[in-house]
Design a protein around this ligand. Structure first.
Ligand SMILES: [Zn+2]
Length: 440
């Protein structure tokens, strides 16, 4: 089992750091220092190339441009994108095949699935080049923090060991990345000593985690009066509240670097050395659509690298507040004050673990339209579901068994069919509502 896992680790690394990886990374190291004008020029050039490709090879855009009586020459710059309608997830689902350039579809392409915060997953196809690019963008962030391949511990919500496992190890070693992959599902008060001991003996320099896991781990170190310092902590996938950041930084005596992205990979926001969030302007084209009610902006992104299934003007439904102040780092990337709408809420299991990644749970249950997890008491969850009317007892059993798999076998689960699920602020769907709060 172990040699197979190690082989897979090396293959994965080889795949992600393919022939284009170094070239992308080199270019990204250069473009990060570009002036605003140079960036716009660079971006527009890539955009024109992408639009030409869409009009030549992607049926969906061929039809769209014909309907709008536009030619690729009509889109010269970022501003010209407004001539096109925004693209939403529903349209992508309905036009999946038409959005693909069939000539580029090959065995090296990979399918990505988005949770659908709404519990209705959508599929996205990525090509090899774009996966190399994505990895290069991640490496650039690591370089910012002085990480050129240091030993790391990670806790990112994936299933590392079976969730039902009662005894350590709750981790495994990935030799290709010098990475101790730790389970997010077993980090509980009862296992806290085992986690601390393992980290202290492995001696990682970097922690790469979900903010909720990082905060809980920090809390255990403090509770047990154990001291450990990382060189940097990287967080992603959930909202990182400022008190969580400060707490993690205080316990581990290092800076936290947060990253925002999404499965569709149309926009990315990374944190610089000075702690400011910047839109990664050389990653994609990001338009900001203003929400007049609260002054926030929705991120709408356009691919520059994924030629097999390009998304132009894709709505993320994620909102940001912009910052007017210049950043001391001198970057020309737009500065973001706050990122809203990332699902940062978690469920607490009977063992006291925090599970924030619930996206896998509704997967494979086609009769579900929306799914929301509500928790009033630790160890118990009510799942509100909106169905297409064909939801069966078998679907219900599957939903419950998935919940037990991805949270805890001891979780008490109640499923409630509802007529609608109200939206949160900004009209954004909230997939987990936890009324217990951070202190418990
Ligand atoms: Zn900065």
């Amino acid at each position: 089992m172990r040699p197979l896992f190690e082989f897979q680790c090396w293959m994965k690394r080889l795949y992600r750091q393919g022939p284009r990886f170094q070239r992308h990374l080199k270019l990204l190291e250069r473009t990060r220092g570009y002036s605003e004008d140079a960036l716009r020029f660079f971006q527009n050039e890539q955009l024109r190339k992408m639009v030409r490709h869409c009009c030549r090879n992607v049926p969906y855009y061929q039809d769209l441009f014909r309907e709008l009586r536009l030619s690729p020459e009509d889109i010269q710059t970022y501003e010209d994108l407004k001539k096109l309608p925004v693209l939403d997830k529903k349209t992508v689902k309905l036009n999946f095949d038409k959005l693909i350039d069939k000539k580029r579809r090959n065995v090296l392409c990979k399918m990505g699935v988005t949770s659908g915060t709404t519990g209705s997953p959508a599929r996205f196809l990525r090509d090899y080049n774009s996966i190399n690019f994505e990895y290069a963008a991640t490496w650039r962030l690591w370089h910012t923090a002085g990480d050129y391949g240091k030993k790391r511990a990670s806790m990112r919500g994936g299933i590392i060991v079976p969730v039902a496992r009662q005894e350590p190890p709750f981790w495994r070693y990935n030799p290709a990345n010098l990475e101790l992959q730790m389970s997010s599902f077993h980090l509980s008060p009862a296992n806290s000593n085992a986690y601390i001991d393992e980290i202290m003996s492995f001696e990682p320099k970097i922690l790469y985690c979900l903010p909720s896991n990082g905060a809980l781990l920090a809390k255990f170190f403090r509770q047990h009066k154990k001291e450990y310092f990382f060189d940097a902590v990287f967080t992603s996938s959930e909202s990182l509240e400022s008190y969580t950041r400060e707490y993690i930084e205080d316990v581990f005596q290092c800076r936290v670097y947060d990253w925002y992205g999404q499965a569709e990979r149309v926009a990315a926001i990374g944190q610089c050395k000075h702690g400011s969030y910047h839109i990664e302007e050389d990653y994609s084209v990001v338009e900001l659509l203003e929400n007049e009610d609260d002054g926030s902006y929705e991120l709408v992104g356009t691919h520059l690298h994924n030629y097999v299934m390009p998304l132009l003007r894709y709505r993320t439904h994620d909102h940001v507040y912009l910052s007017e102040d210049a950043c001391a780092c001198g970057s020309a990337f737009r500065k973001v004050d706050r990122i809203l709408g990332r699902n940062g809420n978690f469920l607490i299991t009977p063992e006291g673990c925090r599970i924030s990644i619930t996206a896998h749970i509704p997967c494979g249950i086609d009769n579900l339209i929306e799914t929301q997890f509500c928790q009033k008491q630790a160890g118990e969850v009510t799942i509100k579901i909106l169905t297409n009317g064909l939801f069966t007892d078998k679907d219900r059993e599957k939903l419950i068994s998935n919940t037990l798999t991805y949270t805890s076998p001891r979780m008490k689960v109640d499923v409630k069919e509802v007529a609608s699920i109200p939206r949160g602020p900004n009209g954004k769907f909230i997939s987990v509502i936890n009324e217990i709060g951070m202190e418990n």
